[in-house]
Ligand binder design. Structure first.
Ligand SMILES: [Zn+2]
Length: 124
């Protein structure tokens, strides 16, 4: 019927295009966020305070010097656990509240009283 039928034109082979990696521009400086200006407090690793139930050497970022912490006892979870345990076994639950060893310890700076660490008393 159509002797001059043109061969079907195939679309040219697409070159195997690599997916274009979109280059994101570096994020613009965050607006609105307060820019911390001034003396940056040195990062102090006071984590040892959290495992130390007695006064320790620590760096106070507020005073910017090494201090020996003072310990403040605080009735913590472990104290209440003791309380329940003793109540269960002995019927008396007031002992842990009198025993400082059964309490959480707050490490405070002796100069500025800021909290430098927290020792959480655990039952086990
Ligand atoms: Zn201090």
């Amino acid at each position: 019927m159509y002797p001059n039928q043109q061969p079907q034109a195939y679309p040219p082979m697409q070159p195997n295009q690599m997916p274009q990696v979109q280059m994101y521009p570096p994020p613009p400086p965050a607006m609105g966020q307060p820019v911390v200006v001034g003396i940056q407090q040195p990062l102090v690793n006071n984590t040892n305070l959290n495992v130390c139930p007695y006064p320790c050497q620590a760096y106070c970022g507020t005073c910017q010097q090494n201090v020996t912490t003072i310990i403040t006892n605080k009735t913590g979870t472990g104290t209440y656990q003791w309380c329940l345990l003793l109540l269960f076994f002995t019927g008396c639950c007031c002992i842990p509240f009198c025993v400082d060893n059964c309490k959480d310890k707050i490490h405070q700076c002796p100069r500025c009283n800021s909290q430098l660490g927290y020792f959480e008393y655990k039952l086990c």
